[in-house]
Design a protein around this ligand. Structure first.
Ligand code: BES
Ligand code: MN
Ligand code: ZN
Length: 517
């Protein structure tokens, strides 16, 4: 699908032939209560453009609520070329309200069966001082509403929405928003790649296939490079913890290394580590049958790293990023690791595996040790790590764990700006008490209480050599029920976080150039 920015008059907007015209109406559009003095004479109202007249009439009659996401749909409105017109309240017109308004409006778009490539005109011209974040929120909503999964459902109707024209308030705004548009496009590519791999069933998304997906991102003229390690290389690295999880499956493990170096080689990279369990049965500590299919989503952390690298390959920002994905299945078998087994991680720490279903931390800990070789500025791991995090935060915010206040603040801010929210959780050392054991340096599980935090405390032991943060996306990476499917989160948060680095470096560069002059 494509997006274009326009600066159209009311007349040109309403005369554009398209399937749906969506007009965002912020609360500030509400005219002051008419008094005799400022009452608009009927004649001049009649001479107003049809779309504006429709909006003003709907506001005046209180038929349009300007709270974010409230809809008023019209069909074949006089003087308007679009078949369907949707007026939608945009509240305070911040990124949150714009996102909500666009999600509601795009969901209400009626595209008849005969239309194969729908064109929507999205009018944001009523929003004063539209931010880049709001523009991108609108684009994300359009993309999310029209995404179709087809890989194992080839007869599903393909995406209908092909073009979204976004009408802005001025030509200057069109100019100013053009880089934001580019970013928005790249972000959508990244989110959709993450969704695609998240959604694929485990037999269509094995560790080997995930590695091929990474190689595809690095193929051709891509600025991304990719290295794949298999069982032999991983054994040589002494990743005993990762290998223990993989040993129960027929599918060979893969350790994926992605590199994107858009800045000088001397700039320390940010390392992203994504949990890539392509299916989590729980292993010998097997899970109950109900909803076990959803454990195909246990590689959504890995998918988000792939999504970020896809977006980087499109945008080519001046930053350095390394992506690490340990990937395997967690299966019960005669070869599988058993409760009580003790393994030696790459860090040298021994781990007693008391529960084979706490496998995510076992593959991540070796990847965190591997990350040390990049001398990273920061490491962020992303994992569908604990059911406890779903209990704590539900599907709204991802769990954020970091002992580094600055890094935590940057990630939280990136989440707010991209409407891909996170919430900081504690890391007090007292939470690690339960990980003590008589038989190894550390156990892989503590008690039932505070499960998301004890998991993070386990990981923290392996991340002592750099600033580190952990995102538990167990509640946010996919939706259950009728809308079952991957969300592509937290690709928007991660991209915003990484791109903020570029901005900071640009500002620092200018400052040092000025002080040198
Ligand atoms: N992949 C799961 C976490 C998960 C469970 C995410 C349900 C989303 C929904 C993880 O590997 C796991 O099984 N965690 C266990 C840890 C426990 C054994 C300490 C859990 O959360 O139950
Ligand atoms: Mn598990
Ligand atoms: Zn898991």
């Amino acid at each position: 699908m494509n997006f274009e920015l326009k600066n159209l008059s009311w007349e040109a907007c309403e005369q554009t032939i398209c399937d749906v015209l969506i007009l965002l109406v912020p609360a500030s559009s509400k005219p002051a209560k008419p008094t005799k003095a400022n009452d608009v004479p009927t004649k001049s109202v009649k001479s107003l453009p049809a779309l504006k007249r429709l909006m003003l009439a709907a506001l005046e009659q209180d038929d349009l609520d300007t709270s974010a996401g409230k809809l008023l749909s019209c069909y074949r409105s006089t003087g308007i070329a679009a078949r369907q017109v949707i007026l939608v309240g945009a509240g305070q017109a911040n990124e949150k309200d714009v996102a909500r308004a666009c999600a509601a409006a795009f969901a209400a778009c009626k595209i008849p069966g005969a239309v194969k490539s729908a064109h929507v005109m999205l009018c944001l011209a009523q929003i004063n001082g539209l931010s880049g974040a709001s523009l991108q929120a609108a684009m994300q909503a359009a993309a999310a509403s029209s995404y179709v999964y087809t890989h194992t459902k080839p007869k599903a109707e393909a995406r209908k929405l092909q073009l979204v024209s976004i009408n802005l308030g001025s030509q200057a705004q069109v100019q100013a928003m053009s880089p934001e548009l580019q970013q928005g496009r790249a972000l959508i590519e990244g989110v959709e790649l993450a969704k695609e791999w998240g959604n694929r069933p485990a037999n269509h998304a094995t560790p080997t296939l995930l590695a091929k997906a990474a190689q595809a991102i690095a193929a051709g003229k891509s600025p991304v490079s990719c290295e794949i390690l298999g069982p032999k290389e991983v054994a040589k690295l002494k990743m005993g913890s990762f290998m223990a999880v993989a040993q129960g499956s027929e599918q060979p493990l893969r350790f994926i290394v992605l590199r994107y170096f858009g800045a000088a080689k001397t700039v320390q990279p940010t390392v992203l580590v994504g949990k890539g369990i392509t299916f989590d049965t729980g292993g010998i500590s097997i899970k109950p049958a109900a909803e076990m299919d959803e454990m195909k989503f246990d590689m959504c952390g890995a998918a988000s790293v792939l999504g970020v690298f896809k977006a980087l390959s499109v945008l080519k920002p001046k930053i350095n990023v390394v992506g690490l994905i340990p990937s395997c299945e967690n299966m019960p078998s005669h070869n599988a690791v058993k409760p009580g087994d003790v393994v030696t991680s790459m860090s040298g720490q021994t781990i007693e595996i008391l529960n084979t279903d706490a496998e995510g931390r076992l593959i991540l800990c070796d990847a965190l040790t591997y990350a040390e070789r990049f001398k990273p500025a920061a490491v962020v791991d992303i994992a569908t790590l604990t059911g406890a995090c779903v209990v704590a935060l539900g599907a709204v915010r991802s769990g954020l764990f970091s002992a580094d206040d600055d890094l935590a603040a940057q990630l939280l801010r990136a989440g707010e700006a991209s409407q891909d929210l996170a919430w900081r959780m504690p890391l007090d050392d007292d939470y690690a008490e339960g990980l003590k054991t008589n038989f190894a340096d550390v156990a892989n599980v503590a008690g039932r209480m505070g499960g998301a935090i004890t998991a993070a405390k386990f990981l923290q032991r392996f991340a002592s050599q750099y600033p580190w943060a952990h995102l538990d996306i167990a509640g946010t990476a996919w939706k259950s029920g009728a809308a079952k499917g991957s969300t592509g989160r937290p690709v928007p948060l991660l991209m915003k976080f990484l791109l903020n680095f570029e901005q900071k470096q640009a500002v620092a560069g200018k400052k040092s150039a000025r002080s040198a002059a």
